[in-house]
Design a protein around this ligand. Structure first.
Ligand code: 643
Length: 233
């Protein structure tokens, strides 16, 4: 049986990524609005839009803390953020559902998502993904690393220096593999399972593009930040 050891620099990398992940969260006043405001499809959409906008800001801050990210070519930094934003946000919202938010937030959040003008055909894959993340019971470090790995996907559209991105992603993948062996010794397939979720995430990009189109057909407005990161309007 291979003895898995986390090196000193891997411990340092883990700390940087986990701290950045924990430091950047949606402000409580935004999350709290979930329970307060009204319930019409209009209000739900506006609230989700506000949460998504806040989540993108959180994501940008987290990304800037990934060692080496800021020394990448600037256009590539933008290409990585735009290419991974939806996936990172699905990952985050899935973890929010599975981490059992306080006093019934989950039901409220689920209800608002279900009644925000998203058509049924996208609900199923979305909530299936939430469930498939939930059953994994990921620890914070795994969630943080998986998010960093998603952001550092070399083959996003318009990325010029893919090798430079691979060089940043590889140490994260190696660290996550070791972490999975140490955290889930009874599940040897756990690491492979996590990577499988990244593949499932990519399919959600497609559904999300359709969701955006159908919202826009019904004349729903997004914030400038969401328009920029999702190339709408
Ligand atoms: C839960 C959600 C949804 C969301 O986006 C909402 C949307 C999505 C869409 C959809 Cl529905 C599902 N998954 C991903 C996308 Cl991106 N697609 O378009 C929109 C808007 C523009 C209508 C953005 C962010 C959160 C979110 C994230 C983190 C937390 C959090 C914490 O960290 O503690 C506490 N709360 C209440 C959170 C809510």
């Amino acid at each position: 049986k291979e003895k898995v050891e986390i090196t000193k620099e891997q411990q340092a990398l883990m700390k940087v990524i986990a701290d950045a992940y924990n430091r950047h969260q949606i402000p409580q006043d935004v999350a709290k609005k979930l329970l307060q405001d009204q319930y019409s499809a209009e209000e739900n959409f506006l609230l989700l839009t506000e949460m998504a906008t806040s989540q993108v800001q959180v994501l940008v801050e987290f990304t800037k803390n990934i060692p080496g990210f800021l020394s990448l070519n600037h256009e590539d930094q933008i290409a990585l953020l735009k290419g991974s934003a939806v996936e990172a946000m699905f990952l985050r919202s899935a973890q929010v559902f599975s981490k059992k938010m306080p006093n019934g937030h989950n039901e409220v959040l689920e209800d608002r998502i279900r009644r925000s003008g998203i058509s049924e055909e996208f609900m199923t894959p979305m909530f299936n993904f939430y469930k498939s993340i939930g059953v994994l019971h990921m620890v914070q470090e795994e969630q943080a690393l998986l998010t960093a790995i998603t952001i550092l996907t070399p083959d996003r559209p318009y990325v010029k220096d893919q090798q430079a991105v691979e060089r940043l992603q590889e140490p994260m993948l190696d660290l996550l593999r070791k972490l999975c062996v140490l955290q889930h010794p009874q599940k040897p397939q756990y690491f492979a399972c996590l990577l499988g979720r990244l593949t499932e995430l990519r399919t959600l990009n497609y559904y999300h593009a359709e969701m955006l189109t159908s919202w826009r057909m019904n004349d729903h407005k997004f914030t400038p930040l969401l328009c920029e990161i999702w190339d709408v309007e």
